[in-house]
Every structure is written in structure tokens, then in C-alpha cells.
Design a protein around this ligand. Structure first.
Ligand code: PEP
Ligand code: MG
Length: 572
């Protein structure tokens, strides 16, 4: 039995068999004597890789549509191109290289040709070549790269990127454990959205755990147990049942309004990242969607999706909302989220680069097509539009003007567009400090504390070496939140919070005390947030918030909040 402690990033308890997802990193012989046998090995691995790609394509077609599936056609074309296979065979025959060495060299040679191309799109193809090379290597080594789960499993990986998780069938995921990552990394967000537990930051786990080992994830304590003793397994089975029972109870609480004991109301909304999550949001009692991340429309697509396609995809979400309000955030890509269907420049500091609204204003045709897709769906006036990563007033006025132009264009086509409120994310210190000026140009604000913390504390939110600095409860961040709420309210504007802070148990009473209007969280957290709000009074929460603003460290804030909650609500 092995027990390890990591960072809990999605609540819940899961017990199941391990599926260890390893990317190839195989040590092999450089030279071989029997070249014919080596050629046969290569040809077999090539066929297996093609088979795998065809299967992935079928799956992508069914689950994500034609555009996202197109990438697999491109991969097949590369593998069928003699320029690739002949080169591998030549290396084996003429230089006596092993199949692995020949594949590595071929992939490197061909990738190098793409890499020096001017065209950014062609440049990016180098990655495809390397990726294909790796896939063949894995077939040669007999390890499995695709996340193909035959049965419900616990996924164990060094890290999981969007391109990895897109391959998994959701019904078969019991939970995630990764060696890298933090609360705001992709795997954590996905786990919370899916309602499965996740623990991240456990070193060397992929070396210790084998496929099929029995694993327990405790997503509350951040504990992972491999091959537990019978006694422990029994205790955890009971805990899991109790947890499931409690979740059912929580769902009932989710249906109640979020009102403090002294009668102050808050909205509790859901953050979602794709159509399938709306169901989870509604089931858990969301008052609306406080953040619809629209990146799912373009992730993994070979071509930028058409306006028609985006309209259809968004409709899937809107149709399930029963007229509840939804804040649709325009594309927040660029920088750290490279998208294969856009030729984006390589940047030295992507988090400070061409991302969010900056990219939209730089590629107006794309921005307009997304706005049209959103607005075509707003026949009933329950859709609000939000711009990410704003740092200047001019960005807002320019973006707003484009929205107005698009509305006029649609109206002239005879499309009925309902009233559309326009807001911005407050994710940069500049936006937070300029909120009174910005309030003249927007209808609402939503504070994105994930990025606001990153930019305020100057700490890369994805970098584990400085993860100890990243705490959205740092008083500097709270001061900015307080400033935004005060100034926005003076101008009669509404303020939500949609960063991960809104589901942090220590933070909820403070956000209540700072009098934000809405907390938007992953669907699974909605009942928990409502439960806390219903347990406290606004008056006392306000006193707590003002004490928190006077502290010097995030730790002090957490201690204050824990003391506050201890006497008020047990077992939250
Ligand atoms: C944020 O920055 O807090 C936010 C909600 O946006 P994202 O996590 O998508 O960057
Ligand atoms: Mg953000």
C-alpha cells in the first residue's frame, strides 16, 4: 500500500482501477543487426498508429463534429506520405538504425523543414510531425498514449492537457491524479466541471502506479492511496457512499435561494466550458450561467469554425437554460492557449501578450463572426456578452462599437436580437483600478480572480515553482475586489466573481461581506456555496471582510475566516 498527499482540486471520493497515461519516453538501442525484422516492427507500429488515428477520428466526428475531426485526416495523410515512410525505411536499411531511432530522426528532419517556414500555420505542423513520431514510438514500445478506457478508471498522468482530455469518454472517468498542476490548471477545472475528484501535485506517481492497481482518491483531503489494505478500502467505501448521499442532499440545498440569515440575497451561478455541463449546472441549482467559456468552440479544430457552426453549438447551451441568464465570454485565447486553427505569433511572455480581447480586436473578422453567433441566439434577451482580459478603456469602447455594428447588421438581415447587456472581466489590476471609468461603458463586471491574482502578485498561475505565492485571498487581491465593488455600485453596476475564489470555502463569507452580487462557480460547488451563505449573516460577514482587508498575509485572512466559520456552521 502507498499513500501520498497532494493538492485537492476537485471534491469527492473515488475508488477504482488505475489507468496510467504515459507519454512515450522510451530508451532504445540505436543500431540493430537484423534490419528486415526492424522494418517489420516499424510497419506494424505504423499500421497500429493509423488504426488508432482512424478510431480517434470516428470518435471525434461523433462527439465534436467534422471540423475537429479534420486534424486526424491531416495526420493520416502525413503517415501515408512516402516522404515520411521512405525516409524511415532508408535510415533502417542504409544505416542499420533501430526502428525507434529511424522514426525519431525522420520526425526531427521533417519537423525541421516545417519549423523554418515563414507561415505560422505551416510552422505549427512541426508539432504534428513530432506528435506522430511519438505515437509510432509508443506503438513500438507497446505503451498506450491514447486515453482509451475500457472500463471506469482513475486516470493517473504527469499532466493532462486539453488535447489529452478531449480523447476521453467521460462516462469512464472516475477521477484524476496528476504529478503537475494546481487549482486553476486544466485538469482541475475539467474535474470540477465533471463532478469527479482530482488531486494534483503528487511527484513520481506515474512511476509507482501500474495499470490496474486499485486506487482511492480523496478529493477533500488531497490523499491518494494505491492498493489499499482491506480495512482502509472498507472505510473508504463507506465514506464514498456517505459522500454520494450528501451530494444528493446538497442538490436539494442547491434549489434554495442564496439568502443570508439577515435577508441579503446573492446570485449563485455556474461556470461552464461546454454544452454537456449545462445539465450539471441546472441539476445543482444554478441561478444562471455566470461564465460560459467559449474556447470549446475552437479547441482542437483544424479550421476556425464557421458562424453557422458556432451558432449551432451555442444553441445547444441556450436551449437547456430555461430562460435563465447566461454570460457568454468572447474567446479568451492566445498567449498560453495556442489554438491550432489560428496562426498566432510565438510570444516570449504569452500571459502578457496577444490574448483575450486584444486578440479579438486584432482579428476583427473572427470577433465579428463569434459575436454574430452569440447574438443570433439572443432572441429572448437572456444572453449577456463579456470581454476577457481587458486592461484599457479604449478596448471596451472599440469592442462595444463592434457589437453595436453587428447588431445593426443582423437586424438588417431580419434577425430579432433581444436586449444585450455588455460587461467585462476584471482580470488585470488596471481594469480594477479604472473601474469607475469603465463603469461608464459597461453594464456589469465579473471579477476573474484567477488572472487578477496572477497579475497582481506577478505569479504565473501555471508555474508550480511559485505556486506558494498564488493565493487569491491575498489582501492585495481583496483590496482590488473591494475597490471594484464599491466603485461599480456607486455607478449602479452589478458585480460578479467568477474566479476559483468563489468556491473557496474560506473566501465565501468574505465575498459576501464585500457585497459582490454574484458568485459563479463550477456546477458541483453551487449547493456548497448556497449552504454557507444561508448559514451566515451579512452583518457579521461584512465585519469579517473589513478585518480581512486590514491583514498582511493570505494566511491571516484564511485563519480569520476559519475562526469565523467554526462557530457558525459545522461540517461545511
Ligand atoms: C479568471 O481569470 O479568474 C477566469 C475566470 O478566467 P479563466 O480562468 O478562464 O482565465
Ligand atoms: Mg481569466
Amino acid at each position: 500500500m502507498i499513500e501520498k498527499k497532494g493538492i485537492p482540486t476537485s471534491p469527492g471520493i473515488a475508488i477504482g482501477k488505475a489507468f496510467v497515461y504515459k507519454k512515450a519516453n522510451v530508451k532504445v538501442e540505436k543500431h540493430v543487426l537484423n534490419t528486415e525484422a526492424e522494418i517489420r516492427r516499424f510497419e506494424h507500429a505504423l499500421e497500429e498508429t493509423k488504426k488508432q488515428i482512424k478510431e480517434l477520428k470516428k470518435k471525434a466526428l461523433k462527439e465534436m463534429g467534422e471540423e475537429k475531426a479534420a486534424i486526424f485526416d491531416a495526420h493520416l495523410m502525413i503517415l501515408e506520405d512516402p516522404a515520411f515512410t521512405d525516409k524511415v525505411l532508408k535510415y533502417i536499411r542504409e544505416r542499420g538504425l533501430s526502428a525507434e531511432e529511424a522514426v525519431v530522426k525522420t520526425a526531427r528532419d521533417i519537423a525541421a523543414i516545417f519549423e523554418i517556414m515563414e507561415d505560422e500555420y505551416m510552422k505549427a505542423r512541426a508539432e504534428d510531425i513530432r506528435d506522430l513520431g511519438n505515437q509510432i514510438l509508443e506503438k513500438l514500445a507497446g505503451t498506450c498514449r491514447e486515453l482509451k478506457l475500457e472500463e471506469p478508471s482513475i486516470i493517473i498522468a504527469r499532466e493532462l492537457l486539453p488535447s489529452d482530455t478531449v480523447k476521453i469518454k467521460r462516462e469512464n472517468i472516475l477521477g484524476f491524479v496528476t504529478e503537475l498542476g494546481g487549482v486553476t490548471s486544466h485538469v482541475s477545472i475539467i474535474a470540477r466541471a465533471m463532478g469527479v475528484p482530482a488531486v494534483v501535485g503528487i511527484k513520481n506517481l506515474t512511476q509507482t502506479v501500474k495499470n490496474g492497481d486499485v486506487v482511492i482518491i480523496d478529493g477533500y483531503r488531497g490523499v491518494v492511496i494505491v492498493n489499499p489494505e482491506e480495512e482502509i478500502l472498507k472505510t473508504y467505501r463507506e465514506k464514498m457512499e456517505e459522500d454520494l448521499r450528501q451530494r444528493e442532499e446538497f442538490k436539494k440545498i442547491g434549489k434554495l435561494p442564496a439568502v443570508t440569515k439577515d435577508g441579503v440575497s446573492f446570485e449563485v451561478a455556474a461556470n461552464i466550458g461546454e454544452p454537456s455541463e449545462v445539465y450539471l449546472a441546472m441539476e445543482n441549482g444554478a441561478d444562471g450561467i455566470g461564465l460560459l467559456r467559449t474556447e470549446f468552440l475552437v479547441m482542437g479544430s483544424e479550421k476556425f469554425p464557421s458562424e453557422e457552426k458556432m451558432t449551432k453549438e451555442l444553441k445547444k447551451i441556450i436551449a437547456r437554460l430555461e430562460d435563465k441568464p447566461v454570460i457568454v465570454r468572447t474567446l479568451d485565447i492566445g498567449g498560453d492557449k495556442p489554438i491550432s486553427c489560428l496562426k498566432l505569433p510565438k510570444e516570449l511572455n504569452p500571459f502578457l501578450g496577444l490574448r483575450g480581447i486584444r486578440l479579438s480586436l486584432n482579428r476583427k473578422e473572427i470577433f465579428k463572426s463569434q459575436l454574430k453567433a452569440i447574438l443570433r441566439n439572443n432572441t429572448r434577451g437572456n444572453i449577456k456578452i463579456m470581454f476577457p482580459m481587458v486592461s484599457l478603456v479604449e478596448e471596451v469602447t472599440e469592442a462595444r462599437k463592434i457589437v453595436e455594428e453587428v447588431i445593426e447588421e443582423l437586424k438588417s438581415e431580419g434577425v430579432k436580437v433581444g436586449k444585450t447587456e455588455i460587461g467585462i472581466m476584471v482580470e488585470t489590476p488596471s481594469a480594477a483600478l479604472m473601474v469607475d471609468a469603465l463603469a461608464e461603458h459597461v453594464d456589469f463586471f465579473s471579477i476573474g480572480t484567477n488572472d487578477l491574482t496572477q497579475y497582481t502578485l506577478a505569479v504565473d498561475r501555471t508555474n508550480e515553482h511559485v505556486a506558494y505565492i498564488f493565493d487569491h485571498l491575498h489582501p492585495s487581491v481583496l483590496k482590488l475586489v473591494n475597490h471594484v465593488v464599491e466603485k461599480a455600485h456607486e455607478k449602479g453596476k452589478w458585480v460578479g466573481v467568477c474566479g476559483e475564489i468563489a468556491s473557496d470555502i474560506d473566501a465565501i463569507p468574505i465575498l459576501v461581506g464585500l457585497r459582490v452580487d454574484e458568485l459563479s462557480v463550477a456546477p458541483l460547488f453551487i449547493p456548497r456555496v448556497k449552504r454557507i451563505i444561508r448559514f451566515i449573516t451579512y452583518k457579521e460577514a461584512r465585519e469579517l471582510a473589513f478585518k480581512a482587508l486590514k491583514t498582511q498575509t493570505a494566511q491571516e485572512v484564511r485563519e480569520l475566516s476559519r475562526r469565523f466559520m467554526k462557530n457558525r456552521a459545522k461540517n461545511i
